[in-house]
Design a protein around this ligand. Structure first.
Ligand code: ZN
Ligand code: ZN
Ligand code: ZN
Length: 137
């Protein structure tokens, strides 16, 4: 499991308390987080800096965007060794029917989809509904 310090070192990111708190919140929670949730959790920081740093981390390949099964925009830590402006998070996500959290599924079993003739498909996002590891037992 990657820790906050490693993320900063690996990407050569200057650390500020806001950035550290932000990444800590992501490493601590195993599920994807929406901006309102993040804002609430990091109340001691200015809303704008939390948002700016979130966008910064997205650009740096530290967190990726996803939509949960209800279409809510969330962010989760990248797991596929993403680099600056080069995300390759082609994993599926699962929204749990019981705890309502959305998780990244590490296994790369997103089905290959052939582009219909008239368009080019560049990425496919799949969010499943079901039960997470904790809730299935
Ligand atoms: Zn990524
Ligand atoms: Zn669950
Ligand atoms: Zn993910």
């Amino acid at each position: 499991m990657i820790n906050t310090k490693e993320i900063f070192e690996k990407q050569g990111i200057r650390s500020t308390t806001c950035r550290i708190d932000l990444v800590n919140y992501f490493t601590k929670n195993k599920f994807a987080i929406s901006f309102p949730q993040l804002e609430k959790a990091l109340k001691k920081h200015d809303r704008t800096s939390v948002y700016r740093n979130l966008i910064f981390f997205e650009e740096q390949g530290v967190v990726h965007k996803l939509y949960d099964a209800d279409g809510i925009l969330k962010y989760a830590l990248c797991k596929d060794n993403c680099a600056e402006h080069l995300h390759h998070d082609n994993h599926m996500h699962l929204t749990c029917n019981k705890c309502k959290h959305t998780y990244c599924l590490n296994e790369k079993h997103t089905p290959k989809i052939k582009s219909p003739k008239k368009v080019v498909i560049e990425s496919v996002a799949i969010t499943a509904r079901g039960l997470c590891e904790n809730c299935k037992n």
